[in-house]
Design a protein around this ligand. Structure first.
Ligand SMILES: NC(=O)c1ccc[n+]([C@@H]2O[C@H](COP(=O)([O-])OP(=O)(O)OC[C@H]3O[C@@H](n4cnc5c(N)ncnc54)[C@H](OP(=O)(O)O)[C@@H]3O)[C@@H](O)[C@H]2O)c1
Length: 233
């Protein structure tokens, strides 16, 4: 087995996922980026960064991605389940289809990805799972974020459930909970705040890298990051 650890990052083509991919590469990891339309980013070293097909709505996708990553790198040490969608509707306004797609992409997708990599994560005795949840998984900020919030409460619960399922195997799971981040998703939601005052994707990337690098004896179950003063968060 190679000494270089391998991380799988979903939604690695833009936003937080791309920033995380770059941060892990620069920190000396092998990186497998899961994307709906795979294309090697211009910052990526093809020796240590791989792109693979991944669609969170396709149940067969995680197994195929894990096999592709194993073929190139020989091991899987960490998962960053980052791919996610937002529907700007209240829990009452969202259609059944919209609500189902929020749960499918934001909750079922991460669950299936972790499941596909479980054996590998356990094999090292120090596997890591990061679920990119949200502060919307901690509190409902507004009516219009309601449907999304329900999915992120579930994503947060998933992260805690994985933490329990994997603890004895040395797997540590963390829910990263950002407020507004300057990405395609976050910018339209935070129009009242100057872009450079928003949390940047690179800030979330370094938070992810930080928790992943902590030893088994320092498990962080939730990591909250906010650019605004927001009650307790
Ligand atoms: N930005 C914020 O303010 C904020 C705050 C808290 C939490 N978050 C969470 O952070 C994560 C990343 O969001 P972001 O801000 O980086 O947003 P983004 O720039 O909109 O990126 C979303 C990523 O998810 C991917 N994705 C969406 N549906 C997918 C599917 N069915 N299968 C595979 N990939 C899919 C997108 O791929 P395509 O390019 O193919 O669409 C894209 O790579 C999300 O889980 C989001 O909920 C964001």
């Amino acid at each position: 087995m190679t000494d270089r650890k391998t991380v799988l990052i979903s939604g690695g083509n833009r936003g937080i996922g791309a920033a995380a991919g770059k941060a892990f590469m620069e920190a000396g990891w092998n990186v497998s980026l899961g994307m709906r339309s795979p294309a090697l980013p211009d910052w990526a070293d093809p020796d240590t960064v791989q792109v693979a097909a991944y669609d969170a709505t396709d149940p067969a996708s995680p197994d195929a991605w894990a096999a592709t990553a194993l073929q190139k790198f020989g091991r899987i040490d960490a998962i960053v389940a980052n791919a996610g969608i937002m529907v700007r509707k209240s829990a009452v306004e969202a259609t059944d289809e919209e609500f189902a797609s929020l749960i499918e992409v934001n909750v079922n997708g991460p669950r299936r990805l972790v499941k596909a990599c479980w054996e590998q994560l356990a094999a090292s005795g120090e596997g890591r799972v990061v679920i990119v949840a949200s502060l919307s998984g901690k509190r409902v900020k507004s009516a219009i974020s309601g449907a999304y919030s329900v999915s992120k409460f579930a994503a947060l619960g998933l992260s805690h459930a994985i933490r329990h399922a994997g603890f004895d195997k040395g797997i540590r799971a963390t829910a990263i909970c950002p407020g507004f981040v300057a990405t395609d998703m976050g910018l339209p939601l935070a129009s009242g705040t100057p872009t450079d005052a928003l949390t940047q994707p690179e800030d979330i990337a370094s938070s992810i890298l930080h928790v992943v690098n902590l030893p088994n004896r320092a498990s962080v179950s939730e990591f909250w990051v906010n650019c605004l003063l927001d009650d307790s968060y």
